[in-house]
Design a protein around this ligand. Structure first.
Ligand SMILES: NC(=O)c1ccc[n+]([C@@H]2O[C@H](COP(=O)([O-])OP(=O)(O)OC[C@H]3O[C@@H](n4cnc5c(N)ncnc54)[C@H](O)[C@@H]3O)[C@@H](O)[C@H]2O)c1
Ligand SMILES: O=C(O)C(=O)C[C@@H](O)[C@H](O)[C@H](O)COP(=O)(O)O
Ligand SMILES: [Zn+2]
Length: 411
């Protein structure tokens, strides 16, 4: 990863440090101030063991349903079950197939059937143990089960710890596009045990890192600077820098969500790279060839390239973003995902379905530079089609040629 000219050693810590009985290290607590739906995100190594007590103290529930996937169950379900047993919470585990393909209607129906069969009540939490797929699907199931059932997130991927477990967006994909069916349903608490990331494959870690970089690119230039220096540690080493990056990301998301819970305005900034990224995912077919975070990395580069073309953003900032993502081992152009038949028309169709559209006009998150993103509602489809066509044809703009990246691999 590029060493920034000036070493940025530290960032002000996010959240506050709390001690939880039975947990060796202090835990960082980030608050999401949402009135009667306010909750805490608990970040730190080992905090999983406190899940039962935290859930019991918050909800008073003595029963719960744990939803997870086969891979996560192998690694981490036994410890969550022990934590629930410790607190006297009777529970049943529902284990889903892993991967993006699970975020669909058929699986939602099967999950709802199993939750109903378990007899779980509204006040008894559905606990999502897994990545964004488990979180989005089971959060949506909780949102519609008995018209709203208590929900708890125990995220196990970097992406889920920094993004999908926070903010209450839940839902499923359809052949028309990503997350087109869903609901806002906030969790009662988020328990982000960063030790769980030790079993996560390096490719998944890198995909989650794209959403970390996103926060810097949206409105936190000092965080982006810091990532340029400490990103390798975030990707390769448990503890220290990784925990800091998770807490900083959660604090950034909490701040934006608290100001605009249901995305009537500024929350759309969290969609930087997603109008393009979701289209890439839809065309790639949710089959693992292109992960969500990878699609977001490519999408952010396109959003910055569009901003440069419009004369809004210095080309140097596009180059810097591209270099940092590529150095982290992330794809930066659609062609980097092999085996997908990319076409302009194929990508424009899901873009037209984007949820940020107003009166038929798709809005994009553009940038005046790193940390200076904004919502643009004057981007014409033809401008986007030209951009995508140029990128697919490998035509780079003369002033935005990217410096060759130094690839590093995650741990
Ligand atoms: N709701 C939101 O605000 C939001 C935000 C960002 C992304 N998302 C959604 O999240 C999804 C992507 O989430 P993801 O990247 O976590 O993918 P994922 O849930 O598919 O998890 C990635 C893979 O890692 C495995 N895994 C999970 N934790 C593991 C662990 N600790 N050790 C070993 N393997 C583990 C899973 O079984 C899976 O195969 C997408 O559907 C995206 O749309 C939602
Ligand atoms: O929480 C948000 O708001 C986001 O946009 C976060 C995104 O990283 C995430 O991928 C989200 O699921 C996208 O939301 P969508 O409304 O565009 O489907
Ligand atoms: Zn995302």
């Amino acid at each position: 990863m590029t060493a920034a000219a000036s070493a940025i050693a530290s960032l002000p810590p996010a959240g506050d440090l709390v001690t939880i009985p039975g947990i060796a290290a202090p835990v960082r607590r980030v608050h999401v101030p949402l009135g009667d739906r306010a909750y805490d995100i608990m970040v730190g190594g080992g905090v999983l063991a406190a899940t039962g007590r935290l859930v019991r103290d918050l909800t008073g529930a003595r029963r719960a349903a744990v939803v997870t996937d086969e891979t996560v169950a192998t690694h981490h379900l036994a410890r969550l079950r022990a934590a629930l047993d410790d607190a006297g919470i009777d529970h049943q585990a529902i284990i889903l197939p892993p991967g993006e393909g699970t975020k669909r209607f058929g699986e939602l129906e099967r999950l709802l059937d199993r939750l109903l069969a378990s007899g779980i009540e509204r006040g008894q939490p559905v606990i999502a143990l897994g990545g964004g797929v488990v979180g989005d699907l089971s959060g949506f199931a909780a949102a519609v089960l008995r018209r709203g059932t208590c929900f708890v997130q125990v995220p196990t991927t970097l992406l889920a710890q920094v993004d999908s477990s926070v903010g209450g967006k839940t839902g499923i994909n359809t052949p028309h596009g990503k997350n087109l069916i869903g609901a806002f349903h906030q969790p009662a608490v988020v328990i982000a045990d960063t030790d769980l990331l030790s079993t996560l494959p390096a490719r998944e870690l890198r995909a989650g890192y794209a959403e970390v970089v996103k926060y810097g690119a949206i409105d936190d230039a000092p965080f982006f600077d810091w990532l340029e220096t400490r990103g390798t540690e975030v990707l390769s080493t448990a503890g220290g820098a990784r925990d800091q990056a998770v807490a900083r990301s959660c604090a950034a998301k909490a701040r934006i969500v608290a100001a605009d819970e249901t995305e009537t305005g500024q929350r759309a900034l969290l969609n930087l790279g997603h109008t393009f990224g979701h289209a890439f995912e839809a065309v790639a077919g949710y089959d693992g060839r292109l992960l969500h975070g990878e699609a977001v990395a490519i999408g952010m580069v396109l959003a910055f390239r569009l901003s440069v073309r419009r004369g809004l953003c210095p080309a140097a900032d596009l180059a810097r973003l591209t270099r940092h993502l590529a150095a982290a081992g992330l794809p930066v152009r659609p062609q980097d995902a092999a085996g997908v038949n990319w076409t302009v028309d194929g990508l424009m169709a899901p873009i037209a379905q984007d949820k940020k559209a107003r009166e038929g006009r798709v809005r994009y998150i553009l940038a005046r530079g790193i940390g200076r993103s904004f919502i643009a509602d004057d981007v014409a489809p033809a401008e986007v089609a030209t951009l995508i066509g140029d990128v697919l044809a490998g035509r780079t703009d003369a002033d935005t040629s990217d410096a060759s990246p130094q690839i590093v691999s995650a741990g």
